[in-house]
Write a protein that binds this ligand. Structure first.
Ligand code: NAD
Length: 381
């Protein structure tokens, strides 16, 4: 089949869906790889490296989209600046779009994909089961984001992270509080520890305690009165009373911290507010909050998505696309996730979207002009 990789056009997106090393692997299983000229430039992969692996470089985007059997992207479909049309409309009927589609937050886009006859496979909807581990793009990208969040905190802080003994006296290590010990949070703990910080961590899932401790973090016990372990091992949405208790427990730790990295998320819901405005007011002067949940409402009440703001002397970083800031490795890992998915689906040179397959069932959003993803269909009404 013809696999096409366009240059991402979403503002601030520096990643590319496929890196050169993946091209030959996709060709080996019978696919033709066509890539827009300059698609990998922003992530450090120049055209000649793709050419060397046997990719066809394409200048004309209408040609690239119009002939693609499968379009491999990072971000969801947008209006293409060169054609003024939705990327979905630039594709042929029956073609397959693969990328982070987030269909449950983009129901109208899912309806549009159905109406254009494009089949959507959403990378964020690939089930997180053992069989699909190599395709888990959510984890590969969030892992890097957790690392970058700590570097941003260190960069904005007017202090150093490690204990330092000098002839001029001793500097005590920075205190870092991490809220949420999922994929991003665990990487943030490991990174902050490597930089020498003292790390305290809160999560509502009890099994994270041992993981936090094994990385050298101190676990802050959550309110005990409600189990927040939900479907698929993810957290459930907390009640207002629970959150109020948790905010109270966290207040002391946050107010003593030099840096707070927040990663708390509840799938399909607005992120829980764990740092109210009045807590920010009581934080250390010059402290930093990196709110990794900025794109889903924020864990801090004063976060402004996409902005770095200073409130009550505290710097609040609301970056919404941290993986793009590590575009080389983020693209490399995402490309391997896509490769694993394409290899898994390829049968005799074609992509076989078997509706009974567990992975296809989870990730397929539209097919034959219909929304087939159950939860998205419910939301579409
Ligand atoms: P996520 O991004 O949805 O959430 C991040 C973290 O925030 C989670 O640990 C969650 O418990 C926590 N959180 C939610 N509400 C909170 C609150 N009020 N206070 C503090 N923390 C709060 O989760 P994620 O990082 O994408 O993944 C975490 C889950 O997914 C885990 O169960 C993990 O084991 C599982 N997982 C499984 C696989 C697999 O292949 N089987 C792969 C990756 C992740």
């Amino acid at each position: 089949m013809i696999l096409a990789i366009p240059k991402e056009t979403t503002e601030g997106e520096k990643r590319v869906a496929i890196v050169p090393e993946t091209v030959s692997k996709l060709r080996k299983i019978g696919h033709t790889v066509r890539i827009q000229k300059g698609a990998g430039e922003a992530s450090g992969f120049p055209d000649h490296l793709y050419e060397k692996e046997g990719a066809v470089l394409v200048d004309d985007v209408n040609d690239l989209y119009g002939t693609a059997d499968v379009l491999l992207k990072v971000d969801r479909p947008v209006v293409h600046p060169s054609s003024g049309k939705s990327e979905l409309e630039m594709m042929k009927k029956g073609a397959i779009f693969v990328g982070f589609f987030y269909s449950m937050s983009n129901v109208d886009l899912a309806k549009k994909a159905a109406s254009t006859g494009v089949q959507v496979l959403s990378m964020d909807a690939v089930p997180r089961i053992t069989k699909a581990q190599r395709m888990d793009a959510l984890s590969s990208q969030t892992n890097l984001a957790g690392y970058k969040a700590v570097l941003l905190a260190a960069d904005h802080l007017h202090k150093i992270f490690p204990l330092l003994m000098t002839a001029a006296g001793t500097i005590s290590p920075a205190k870092v509080v991490i809220l949420g010990a999922g994929v991003a949070g665990l990487q943030a703990i490991a990174t902050a520890k490597r930089l020498g910080a003292v790390v305290e961590v809160s999560d509502v899932r009890p099994e994270t305690k041992e993981q936090v401790q094994s990385l050298g973090g101190k676990f802050i016990e959550p309110p005990q009165d409600e189990s927040l372990v939900g479907e698929g091992g993810y957290a459930k949405e907390a009640s207002a009373e629970y959150l109020a208790k948790q905010q109270e427990i966290l207040r002391k730790h946050i107010c003593e911290a030099d840096a707070v990295i927040t990663t708390a998320q509840v799938p399909g819901r607005k992120a829980p507010v764990l740092i109210k405005a009045d807590v920010v007011k009581d934080m250390q002067p010059g402290a930093v909050i990196v709110d990794m949940a900025a794109g889903t409402g924020g864990n801090c009440e004063l976060t402004e998505p996409g902005q770095v703001v200073k409130k009550h002397g505290v710097t609040i970083v609301g970056h919404t696309n941290l993986p793009a800031e590590l575009a080389y490795h983020a693209s490399q890992l995402y490309s391997r996730n896509l490769q694993a998915l394409i290899e898994y689906l390829t049968k005799e040179g074609n992509l076989n979207l078997d509706a009974n397959d567990e992975i296809v069932k989870g990730a397929l959003i539209t097919r034959d002009g219909q929304i087939v993803h159950e939860k998205t269909r419910e939301l579409a009404g």
